[in-house]
Design a protein around this ligand. Structure first.
Ligand code: SF4
Length: 486
């Protein structure tokens, strides 16, 4: 018996052409092929320890990644947590991480999402960044997203809308900004096969349109790009384009990974963390010093921070020794009780306690700004974070990286490493989510539209029985090929 109303997923999907590699073999739904992942499981609905940073710290220490440049587990308990508000999407990316069954699932009711927000708050405290994601979250009612933004703000956490931007009109974003949305991350790249765009350079008009829609709304703007064989040659030019957008505070490049339903699979050998870093340095036209400061495991993430102005960029992390001394000094003056470094207070205390180090750091920052030279006359000085993310293939998860993951997904049973989650998405979508209510418990999984008063929930629909219009990715491509051949 159902207890509440929830949105039903759209039953239509894009009928666009697929021009990936033709497949002749018979495919099976993904979670039937994923290997045993018993070594990594969700962290539970509630955090029961005394120190929220401790689990990540221990994970990083366990694999020798807790060096002098490490910021994760030292200043914050996690980098971000994804809250998947729908599995539906209005695109069919060639490297989509969603599962074969995604378009056959129901959206989580708001009560389920609120319970997951409480779980995120319990584990990571106020200050953590919650990514409202999917699928594309803009396929939900804007009122649902407003409610989520307000709840995230009420809990003292940060919200980030992760979207392809297609439905994120200015009016839509303005409503979310008014409800407390902090950040918007636009995913725009050639894996999306947007009609009428044949290169990353052509997609820059889409990126400019996204930026224009955010003007004056007070949102921090981020851009995500999947790096794959189809755009690697354009990476430097794209980096330069993003460098020269002062509105963009954060750019993330995610390397092709063999996971999910997308028709493209293994990453080409030419795409490595080092080759991506080199292409970005060519684009930014300056060394970026990715090895100075760390955000989690070095095989997962490369991070740097630059200042930009008028078509020039300078890395802020060029003095490795100084950066490590500042990190150590900040750690010594850290008084946070919720797991997140209070940066303003900590810097003030660091200046009082280490005036010479503070002076050196100040002079270094001034030197970075001066190295922008003529750029200072051409445009505003802005800071931009640059990130390279290296997701793992679903059948090649490394235990130490999962155990020291900084990028989690909120599941029915608590936060879980995004890579481990992606490898068994259907298992987590089918897992019952138990909610406590005034008249007793209720349950939900993605196979039903509303809460149930019984924990005995159905399994997800079999995609092999689904009509073509409910399929995406590999299964859709295979079905389409068969149809064309018959
Ligand atoms: S999501 Fe995967 S690649 Fe990213 S930090 Fe976690 S384990 Fe590493």
């Amino acid at each position: 018996m159902t207890l509440c109303h929830a949105d039903h997923p759209a039953t239509t999907c894009r009928e666009g052409a697929w021009f990936g590699v033709p497949r002749t073999s018979s495919l099976v739904p993904m979670n039937d092929t994923a290997h045993n992942l018993s070594f990594i499981s969700p962290a539970g609905r509630k955090f029961n320890g005394a120190d929220r940073r401790r689990p990540l710290q221990e994970g990083l220490q366990g694999c020798g990644e807790y060096g002098a440049g490490q910021t994760a587990g030292r200043f914050y308990p996690i980098a971000c947590v994804a809250l998947e508000v729908t599995q539906r999407c209005n695109l069919d990316c060639t490297l989509c991480y969603l599962s074969d069954r995604a378009e056959m699932t129901y959206d989580p009711p708001l009560s389920v999402l609120f319970a997951r927000l409480a779980s995120i708050h319990s584990h990571y405290g106020p200050g953590v960044s919650v990514q409202l994601t999917g699928g594309d979250p803009t396929l939900r009612k804007v009122a649902d997203l407003e409610a989520l933004c307000r709840e995230i703000r009420r809990l003292g956490m940060r919200s980030c809308l992760m979207t392809n931007g297609i439905r994120a009109s200015r009016a839509f974003l303005a409503r979310l900004a008014a409800a407390g949305l902090d950040d918007v991350a636009f995913h725009v790249d050639m894996t999306q096969e947007r009609k009428g765009f044949d290169s990353e350079a052509e997609l820059n008009t889409v990126r400019c349109s996204c930026i224009r829609r955010t003007r004056g709304l007070g949102l921090r703007v981020l851009f995500n790009t999947t790096v794959f064989g189809g755009n690697f040659d354009e990476l430097s030019a794209l980096a330069r384009f993003l460098r020269d957008r002062p509105e963009v505070a954060f750019v993330s490049f995610q390397m092709q990974a063999d996971t999910g339903r997308g028709v493209l699979r293994e990453r080409p050998d030419a795409i490595t963390q080092d080759s991506v870093a080199q292409a970005l340095e060519e684009g930014y036209e300056t060394p970026l010093h990715f090895g100075t400061a760390a955000v989690g495991h070095s095989k997962c993430n490369r991070y740097t921070s630059v200042v930009t102005a008028g078509g020039r960029a300078v890395s802020l992390l060029s003095d490795r020794r100084l950066v490590h001394r500042v990190i150590a000094a900040l750690e010594r003056v850290d008084r946070s009780t919720d797991g997140h470094l209070g940066i303003r207070d900590s810097v003030r205390r660091m200046i009082l306690r280490n005036p010479r180090l503070a002076m050196r750091a100040g002079l270094h920052l001034l030197g970075c700004a001066l190295r922008l030279r003529s750029g200072l006359l051409r445009g505003p000085v802005r800071r931009q974070a640059v990130f390279i993310h290296n997701f793992m293939a679903a059948d090649a998860l490394e235990e130490d990286r999962c155990a020291s993951c900084v990028f989690m997904v909120a599941t029915a049973n608590g936060p879980l490493s995004m890579c481990a989650h992606n490898a068994r998405r259907d298992l987590h979508l089918a897992s019952p989510d138990r909610l406590e209510g005034p008249i007793g418990p209720s349950w939900w999984n993605a196979a039903i539209p509303c809460l149930s008063d019984s924990p005995d929930l159905p399994d997800l629909s079999d995609p092999l029985q689904a009509p073509l219009k409910r399929l995406k990715g590999q299964l859709r491509a295979e079905r389409q090929n068969r149809k064309n051949a018959s």
